[in-house]
Every structure is written in C-alpha cells, then in structure tokens.
Design a protein around this ligand. Structure first.
Ligand code: SF4
Length: 159
C-alpha cells in the first residue's frame, strides 16, 4: 500500500489530535496540588519579605530542620496578597544555590591586600555601618545640599 504525502499528513494530524484529546481529558492539577502539599508537609512556616525590591511583597518560607524547602507568596500579606513577580518567585533559587557566595573579599583601610572573610562577618559590618543618621538629619543634609545647588541626591533608603 502506498501512502501519499497528503495521506501521511492527514494521518499525522488525526493522531496528534487524538493524543491531544487524551492529554486534555487527564487533569493533572489535583496531582500537582497534592505533590506540593507533600513537599511542605510538616515544614515550619515563617513569614518573610521578598529581599529584592522596595515593593516588599510578603513571602512564606517553609523549612524543615532549619533547611529551606520552599518559598512562596504570602496570601495574608496586605499589599501583595500572595502574588510575587517572576523575580520574587525565584527567591528559593537565591537561597538554595550551590553557587551562592559564602565568603567575601575585604580590603582594610590603608591595606594593600585583600582578605577573605566569612559572609556573616560582612553582614554584621554592613548592618553596623549603614543608615547611621536619622530621618531628621537626612532632611537637614538634603536641605543643605539643595542650598549648595546639588540637584540629584541619593540615599540608600531612598526616603
Ligand atoms: S516579588 Fe517582585 S515586586 Fe515583590 S518585592 Fe519581590 S522583586 Fe519586588
């Protein structure tokens, strides 16, 4: 039996449609939802804030034995209502990532060489040395700079 190109295309189209119908008939959503509950079953829930931008969307961090197993939007958060943008949705990959840096390079004042320091040391140092002025002081500095003709001002908290 010879099959023409046209017959072959018709048969292929019919087979593809049948396969598509088979897939459509089978609803995977309940299975996916159940798999998700298994992943966070018995996990501790901690409310948190997305670390990426100033919108500050709410997140729930699931952890088991101190290890983060899932991060998702917090439906109880009054601003984001459980939603996260694509960047915020990928926060889990920020936390659990073998390429995440665990040490920093530090060059002390007047030193000519870099030293390797633990990440926790750097975090404490940044926390101790950032935002050292009050809002009122920032306001006065802003006014002073405006009086001196500075048009563009930047501040790490962007108040
Ligand atoms: S989820 Fe997106 S919009 Fe919300 S805080 Fe994170 S980065 Fe910003």
């Amino acid at each position: 039996m010879t099959v023409s190109r046209r017959d072959f295309l018709k048969l292929s189209g019919t087979a593809a449609a049948a396969a598509g119908l088979t897939v459509i008939d089978y609803d995977l959503e309940p299975a996916k939802a159940y798999a998700q509950t298994l992943r966070i079953k018995n996990a501790k829930e901690t409310a948190s804030i997305c670390p990426y931008c100033a919108v500050g969307c709410g997140q729930i961090v699931h952890s088991i034995d101190g290890k983060v197993v899932n991060i998702e939007g917090d439906p109880d958060h009054p601003i984001s209502l459980g939603t996260l943008c694509p960047k915020g949705s990928a926060t889990y990959q920020l936390v659990v990532n073998e390429r995440r840096l665990s040490k920093v390079k530090y060059k002390a004042p007047n030193s000519d060489k870099w030293e390797e320091k633990p990440l926790d040391w750097a975090m404490d140092r940044i926390a101790n040395r950032s935002a050292m002025i009050t809002n009122e002081e920032a306001y006065l500095l802003c006014k002073l700079n405006r009086a001196l003709g500075v048009v563009y001002l930047e501040h790490q908290a962007r108040v």
